[in-house]
Design a protein around this ligand. Structure first.
Ligand code: GDP
Ligand code: IMO
Ligand code: MG
Length: 421
């Protein structure tokens, strides 16, 4: 049995949470492989809406096992809040959410460092989610991190060593740490909550499950264009969001990967700073934001909106080895007279179709225009009902991207999902 991977192909918020939930009935285990509470994965069904941040999106479909993998960074305080809010709506996860001992802990001082580094950047801010993601992964790589498994052995001592190091850095920047004691209180309450869960050697658990023929879905966070190696650096997150991240983030070999589901919106969004060649600054961009309700599920920030960028998408598909595409938020385009797709870039008078190293204001998108379908698709439940112009958009994208689109989403609800034959 292979592990299937589901990940975002753009700059995050493609709709990963919704589709993990839709696909979970086919799997026994769902495992998050990277990122942390910078993620906000939204699920809607039976008139209810949930936003998950560290908890995998496979928790609502029967009693499936969900795993927080070693590649994830976990903030115990936010984790506690997330778990308690799920408990209050009747979802007890203590028996079916397992946490890797090797997942790294986001410390209170990591959050302060994130804010401190951002303010030190002045005009070149990344626009992080402020959750301490960068500093936590930095400590992991520089071998100063604390892991979930450390909670079980001499934890206070290890915590104080890390905290002292961080305070030294913060004082060099003259950063105000008066909020720390309060944050620490919540954080240690979070540690107590976390201890109610089973800590596992997730690499053994997952590889045994593969051997036993149990189906596993690996859930990504963020998107390929935010990947630390291949995204629009330095305006990226600090983990490998690509399919290879599932190998390092769960401890599975490349040959254990099966399907790679790549998710994209029928248009494109980005939150935070950084290049975005097809961004729209006009009424059309505002209309996409309004109809797509494009406001961050974690920070509430308005998302930047633009047309679909096939140069960036082809690049993501290549890096991830995508085998099936999933197109989200098609309904947001329901009222547009014309739909545009960027098929190449013009850079200093030359046409470019490979995503370049330098992505700046010299890039001019080359667009193909298509007639919009101008039909409400949100109540449709069969592919046959789709308007002709929409079918044309789907086959145009399949031809340009050279990968089949196997699922089309036409609304936020679980039921608004069309699996194509
Ligand atoms: P994720 O981070 O990739 O899980 O995506 P988010 O949850 O941050 O953002 C996706 C947003 O779009 C959420 O508010 C979803 O409820 C919503 N959504 C998902 N699929 C669709 C769709 O097909 N149509 C519409 N209109 N909204 C959708
Ligand atoms: P999901 O999983 C969209 C963006 C931030 C910022 C950059 C770095 O919901 O798709 P970080 O806090 O990670 O250091 O921020 O990455 N970012 C996301 N954008 N969706 C996300 O997650 C994101 N997680 C981080 O806005 O530009
Ligand atoms: Mg999101």
């Amino acid at each position: 049995m292979k592990v299937d991977v589901l990940l975002g192909l753009q700059w995050g918020d493609e709709g990963k949470g919704k589709i993990v939930d839709v696909l979970t009935p086919d799997y026994e285990i769902v495992a998050r492989f990277q990122g942390g509470p910078n993620a906000g994965h939204t699920l809607e069904f039976e008139g209810k809406k949930y936003v998950l941040r560290s908890v995998p999106s496979g928790i609502f479909q029967g009693n499936k096992i969900n795993i927080i993998g070693n590649g994830v960074v976990l903030d115990p305080a936010l984790f506690k809040g997330e778990i308690e809010s799920l408990e209050s709506s009747g979802h007890d996860l203590t028996k079916r959410l397992l946490v890797s001992k090797k997942a790294h802990l986001i410390l209170p001082t990591h959050r302060l460092l994130d804010a401190c580094y951002e303010s030190a950047k002045g005009d070149s801010k990344i626009g992080t989610t402020g959750k301490g993601i960068g500093p936590t992964y930095t400590d992991k790589i520089s071998r100063n991190g604390l892991r979930v498994g450390d909670i079980l052995y001499n934890f206070e001592e290890k915590y104080n060593v890390a905290k002292t190091k961080h305070l030294k850095i913060l004082s060099q920047y003259g950063y105000d740490v008066s909020a720390l004691a309060e944050i620490e209180k919540e954080w240690f309450a979070g540690i107590a909550k976390l201890k109610q869960f089973t800590f596992i050697d997730s690499e053994h658990y997952i590889n045994n499950a593969v051997k036993e023929g149990r189906k596993i879905l690996a859930e990504g966070a963020q998107g390929t264009m935010l990947d630390i190696d291949f995204g629009s650096y330095p305006f990226v997150t600090s983990s490998n969001t690509i399919s290879a991240g599932a190998c390092t983030g769960l401890g599975i070999a490349p040959q254990s990967i099966g399907e790679v589901f790549g998710i994209f919106k029928a248009y494109c969004t980005r939150v935070g700073s950084g290049p975005f060649p097809t961004e729209l600054f006009d009424k059309t961009g505002d209309k996409l934001r309004e109809l797509g309700f494009e406001f961050g599920s974690v920070t509430g920030r308005p998302r930047r909106c633009g047309w679909i960028d096939l140069v960036a998408l082809r690049y993501a598909i290549m890096i991830d080895g995508v085998t099936q595409l999933i197109m989200m938020k098609s309904d947001v385009l329901d009222t547009f007279e014309t739909i545009r797709a960027c098929v190449g870039y013009e850079i200093n008078g030359e046409q470019v179709t490979d995503f370049p190293f330098e992505v700046d204001e010299n890039i001019k998108p080359i667009y193909v225009d298509m007639k919009g379908w101008q039909t409400d698709m949100t109540e449709m439940r069969k592919e046959e009902e789709f308007p002709q112009e929409f079918k044309h958009y789907v086959s145009f994208l399949e031809k340009e991207l050279n990968v089949p689109i196997s699922i089309v989403s036409i609304g936020p609800d679980r039921a608004q999902t069309i699996i194509r034959k």
